[in-house]
Write a protein that binds this ligand. Structure first.
Ligand code: HEC
Length: 317
């Protein structure tokens, strides 16, 4: 067992190897697996205990075998062991990359001139530096061919590609972040869970003025096709979020409801369409027709974000 790495290297190396493999194979989303699933902490603890146990067993086997040796052999063994451990490969590699001659061998590379007692050694360039230099030469050549001869892509295209990728990422993010909806992006929700949540919100906050069945009271009838402030999920979202006309009693709800909740209650309100409430209030407003029926974009004017012209794109010619 001579020249084996010591236990304080073996145990951490194996441990972190297993740790790394575990993180690689367990899909735990954003968080590392050992935080996401506490059971893995137990697993890692077991791994550590087993590693220590193996070390202890090896140690005792070594001990027992040592006892069976003859006295002379024991001495030789101890001597071999006392030489200690060194990382031979690492040391050799280090010396090779340094490429310097040991001081005793300087005679071989000394140049035979002598300036007032100053002599010069003809050292080779250190290999680590030389390889790095070659690498930059290769990089430069590939770069030249790729961008100046073939013209793979230029800065403008690179910028556009990155913006496109970022836009995709934003879309992806918006799908998971429900509270990012606003009047211009909201879509009618049809999931039973969303509608049920909307119902609860409606009955606690809105039924006082609009009645539980949407028939209307202080607030207008929500079951007919007449709308004062515009129908459709986008207008309804906007009304709930920003409130009705001043002094009418419909306050902006954006302070007390989250955007996702406004979308839920708005979608619920639209399920009243065509139902017959117990005490319908007379219709107010106008019949609302979805002008953009079939297209995505029927947002109210003032909330539709302008497609901004890109101030960062510069004419490159
Ligand atoms: C204090 C009474 C009151 C409460 C509470 C109230 N509303 Fe209203 N609501 C009104 C009034 C009044 C109007 C008419 C506003 C106008 O004419 O500008 C209105 C208008 C609306 C409209 C537009 C109707 C149309 O014809 O354009 C919608 C949609 C609406 N409310 C939904 C809700 C929702 C959802 C809630 C609960 C989060 C709610 N309201 C809570 C009084 C209320």
């Amino acid at each position: 067992m001579k020249n084996m790495s010591p236990w304080w290297i073996r145990i951490p190396v194996v441990f972190f190897l297993i740790f790394g493999l575990m993180e690689y194979f367990i899909d735990s989303g954003e968080k590392p697996a050992f935080l996401e699933y506490p059971i893995t902490q137990f697993f890692l603890l077991m791994v550590l205990l087993i590693l220590v146990a193996i070390e202890l067993i090896l140690k005792s086997i070594e001990n027992i075998m040592f006892q069976t040796l003859s006295e002379e052999a024991q001495e030789r063994y101890l001597e071999a062991k006392s030489k200690g451990w060194e990382w031979k490969w690492g040391k050799k590699m280090y010396l090779k990359l340094l490429g310097s001659k040991p001081i005793e061998a300087e005679g071989e590379i000394i140049l035979d001139h002598n300036y007032d007692g100053i002599k010069e050694l003809d050292n080779k360039l250190p290999p680590w530096w030389l390889y790095l230099f070659y690498a930059t030469v290769i990089f430069g050549a590939v770069y030249l061919v790729r961008f100046h001869i073939i013209g793979d892509y230029d800065q403008e295209l690179e910028y556009e590609m990155e913006v496109a990728a970022a836009q995709l990422a934003i879309e992806e993010y918006k799908k998971t972040a429900k509270d990012l909806v606003d009047a211009s992006t909201v879509e009618l929700l049809t999931d039973a869970s969303d509608l049920n949540a909307g119902k609860v919100i409606f009955e606690t906050n809105c039924a006082v003025c609009h009645m539980v069945d949407g028939g209307g009271g202080i607030g207008p009838n929500l079951t007919d096709e007449y709308w004062i402030l515009g129908g459709g999920i986008k207008n309804v979202f906007n009304t709930i979020s920003e409130g009705g006309r001043a002094g009418k009693g419909m306050v902006p709800w954006k302070q007390s409801l989250k955007p996702s909740e406004i979308a839920q209650v708005g979608s619920y309100v639209l399920t009243f369409q065509g139902t017959t409430p117990a005490n319908p209030k007379a219709s107010e407003g106008e019949i609302w027709v979805d002008e953009n029926a079939g297209t995505e974009d029927n947002a109210p004017e003032e909330t539709a974000p302008e497609q901004e012209t890109d101030s960062t794109s510069v004419a490159m010619n």
